[in-house]
Design a binder for this molecule. Structure first.
Ligand code: ADP
Ligand code: MG
Length: 282
């Protein structure tokens, strides 16, 4: 039987905006050794803004944005939203559409085949493109096989992201960041937050593999994500944690713990609460 104190802790956590979906997760949280975080939408706000547009091969900046907006209209990735915010809504006749998780999007709209996404996607599609060393995430755009240019979008750290990492380290947890974003951005964010260990340029299935590896190495692993491309990772972790506000429905569904206000510092808080829960049955 479950000690009454577990339900008291679940209630206390709920009042703090941390939804723990079962008494068994109190025990798992208590013994968590590693906490892995997704980057975008979890440690960062996930609200990108277009910082710069660079046009190539005779395209205008306006057109680079327009073609990007045409494909991104159909994506619910936070990057897509920033491009629609910058250009405005736009429609066309969509013949095909494919979201390439962790890389970008490809669609046939009107008479155009449009690809928007990262370096890896351009390589995959054999599009000759610039390699840019910039302070932001680069979205390359290609139209009918021709490189049109790129859009630089940037995100911001969440206010409590640094505190989230510090608190976990204080609790003796190993903190890891996993991201689909570029190595350069991962390195910068990791150093700003004091995360010593990070894995970048990961596809969703690579993130699952990293979590499996950590589980094999070092015991109980918690993973916190927003569910955009990482719901399977949340499902696979010993303690799957979803951001409740930003998170996708799928993520909230498979998660063991839901943080209602998206604050990563509440990961440490939930571990602390669990460690204070009396295990004795009176
Ligand atoms: P993270 O792991 O940081 O949460 P994602 O897995 O969601 O990031 O995405 C990884 C990378 O894939 C992004 O940094 C971006 O380069 C690219 N990407 C994903 N979706 C899109 C999109 N809709 N448009 C353009 N690029 C995208
Ligand atoms: Mg994410």
């Amino acid at each position: 039987s479950v000690p009454l104190s577990y339900f008291a802790s679940i209630g206390k956590a709920a009042r703090e905006g941390i939804l723990i979906k079962g008494a068994n997760f109190i025990d798992a949280l208590r013994s968590t050794r590693i906490v892995a975080f997704d980057k975008t939408g979890t440690l960062t706000k996930g609200s990108f803004r277009v910082a710069e547009v660079v046009a190539k091969n005779g395209f205008s900046k306006e057109n680079v944005l327009k073609f990007a907006a045409l494909v991104e209209m159909h994506s619910n990735h936070p990057i897509a939203k920033s491009i629609i915010d910058a250009y405005g809504e736009i429609g066309g006749s969509v013949k095909s559409y494919k979201e390439l998780a962790g890389r970008g999007v490809r669609a046939e709209i009107d008479d155009y085949t449009i690809i928007a996404g990262n370096d890896a996607l351009m390589h995959e599609m054999n599009i000759e493109h610039d390699s840019c060393d910039v302070e932001g995430t680069v979205v390359h755009v290609a139209v009918n096989g021709v490189y049109a240019g790129y859009i630089i979008v940037s995100d911001q750290l969440k206010d409590d992201a640094r505190e989230a990492v510090e608190d976990l380290k204080e609790l003796g947890c190993r903190v890891v960041m996993v991201t689909g974003d570029s190595r350069e951005i991962a390195e910068r964010v990791a150093s700003q937050l004091g995360v010593d260990e990070y894995y970048a340029e990961l596809l969703p299935e690579d993130k699952v593999r990293v979590i499996e590896g950590l589980k094999a190495e070092d015991g109980i692993v918690a993973f916190a994500g927003d569910g955009i491309n990482d719901a399977p990772v949340i499902a696979r972790a010993d303690v799957g944690i979803a951001m409740g506000g930003l998170g996708s429905e799928a993520a909230i569904e498979v998660a063991d713990v839901v943080i209602m206000d998206d604050k990563p510092s509440k990961v440490a808080r939930s571990i602390r609460l669990s460690q204070r829960t009396q295990r004795i049955v009176w």
